[in-house]
Design a protein around this ligand. Structure first.
Ligand code: PMP
Length: 455
């Protein structure tokens, strides 16, 4: 055990981590990164197939972003947005309004994905108060949704494994069926039938309850932290149409799927959806520094204007709201999107993922390998045909990801789903190499399962 592992194990409490298991097992210490590669303190090289934590889109230590942060650091290390303006946050807000769907014209900054969602929840609630409808205060969310870890964000989420411990602390929501065709228990036989059934269910609820509903929150196209659950085509457009029809705000959480992840700049772009609010983080600073943003329409922002005597104010903010260093990174990232034409360069990379996923889909213990642009999930099943999962105690996907380290691949699982989120800058050859290493690790673990079954 080297010095850092010793210090870590002595002092650090890791996120989402069963610490006993952490302490008992050898752990990797990352020393530095370069492009899509990470290096440990022993000098071993790894391909980073999860973009650090779905954040690093242009690669590690990208010169232009490093330089932008350093240039800003040499001007001022921090300047609050409480009562003052800083240059990078103003410029980034203009650019964010430009790149997001037309109509999202105001930016509220925060620190990460959870706080971007937290702000959206409070804005929605307060908006209806100011708009003369204080009775509209409830929220609709999707089955198996994940929107972060702060108490409000946990309240609008419901991934059982992450949230069940905190249930007594949470406000309640109305949950509509999870729009995953692979997992649905609805009696439907095609994606189209499924889509119709989902929208019918939502409309039935809205008809009765829109009068006391403030907003619906969705993670569009793919519910990532729930296990990369894909939605049927037309779903987000259908949800937008219905929420508009029944006068309920639509909040889209593009924390994970935003900034090119799904093949277009934002998931909403796939179905030309204009939400009332959009939550952003992760890729917003290309994974360099913590930053979140909640974009809203003029209608929402204007409801908070009022006369000075009315004290209409959004009572929310953080010490690091609109952090100038993070915003400088965000500006540099958006310049790279433009100069490198990042989105136009994605199709051959997505095609490489598609080819691998087609092969992976044929593997014995793979229930479904699903892809949406530059993200993917490989769900394991003990019995593929009957969709019977492995005993969770076997930690199958976790074992594959751990085993992949010996082949020089860093990748993570959520339950029995292996999550693939390579940096957008990965070349097709690098993606080929990542997925070949993953397949090798899967074959090895699957062989062990087969041998055990034969014993
Ligand atoms: N929303 C979504 C869709 C996410 O995937 C995440 C994080 N994985 C969050 C919100 C929370 O973001 P953070 O971890 O930065 O607070």
């Amino acid at each position: 055990m080297n010095k850092w592992e010793e210090l870590d194990k002595k002092y650090i409490w890791h996120p989402f981590t069963q610490m006993k298991g952490w302490l008992e097992n050898p752990q990797l210490v990352i020393d530095h990164g370069e492009g899509v590669k990470l290096y440990d303190t022993e000098g071993k090289e790894y391909l980073d197939a999860i973009s650090s934590l779905w954040v690093n889109i242009h690669g590690h230590r990208r010169k232009e972003i490093n330089e932008a942060i350093i240039a800003e650091l040499n001007k001022v290390e921090h300047s609050t947005l409480l009562g003052l303006i800083n240059e990078p946050s103003a410029e980034l807000a203009e650019k964010l309004v430009e790149v997001t769907p037309d109509g999202l014209n105001k930016v509220f900054y925060s620190d990460d994905g959870s706080t971007a969602v937290e702000a959206a929840i409070k804005i929605a609630f307060q908006y209806w108060n100011y708009a003369g409808h204080p009775e509209k205060k409830d929220f609709i969310n999707l089955g198996d949704s994940y929107h972060g870890d702060t108490v409000g964000a946990v309240s609008v989420g419901n991934v059982e494994v992450f949230h069940k411990a905190y249930k007594p602390l949470l406000f309640s929501t109305h949950r509509v069926s999870c729009p995953s065709f692979y997992h649905t228990r609805m009696d439907v036989h095609s994606e189209k039938e499924f889509l119709d059934a989902l929208l019918k269910e939502l409309e039935a609820y809205l008809k009765e309850h829109a009068s006391h509903t403030a907003a619906m929150i969705i993670e569009p196209l793919c519910q990532c932290a729930a296990g990369m659950l894909m939605q049927p085509k037309g779903y987000i457009k259908g949800v937008r149409d219905l929420t508009k029809k029944y006068n309920v705000l639509l909040i889209v959480d593009e924390v994970a799927v935003g900034f090119g992840r799904t093949g277009l700049m934002f998931a909403c772009n796939h179905e030309n959806v204009l939400p009332d609010m959009m939550c952003l983080s992760k890729g917003i600073s290309a994974g360099y520094l913590p930053l979140g943003a909640t974009l809203v329409t003029d209608e929402i922002y204007n409801a908070f204007l009022g006369e000075p005597t009315e004290y209409k104010t959004f009572y929310h903010g953080h010490s690091y709201t609109g952090n100038n260093l993070a915003c400088a990174a965000g500006l540099a990232s958006l310049r790279i999107f433009k100069e490198d034409d990042v989105i136009a360069g994605l199709p051959p990379k997505m095609e490489m993922i598609r080819q691998h996923f087609n092969r992976i889909n044929e593997m014995e213990y793979v229930g479904e390998a699903r892809q949406c642009g530059m993200l993917g999930g490989i769900e394991l099943m003990r019995d593929k045909a009957n969709r019977i999962p492995f005993d969770p105690g076997l930690l199958m996907a976790g074992g594959i990801c751990q085993n992949a380290r010996k082949y020089g691949l860093i990748i993570r699982n959520i339950g029995d789903v292996i999550v693939f989120m390579p940096p957008l800058c990965s070349t097709p050859a690098e993606i080929d190499e990542m997925l070949s290493r993953l397949t090798k690790s899967m074959e090895e673990i699957f062989d062990r399962v087969r041998n055990r079954n034969m014993d």
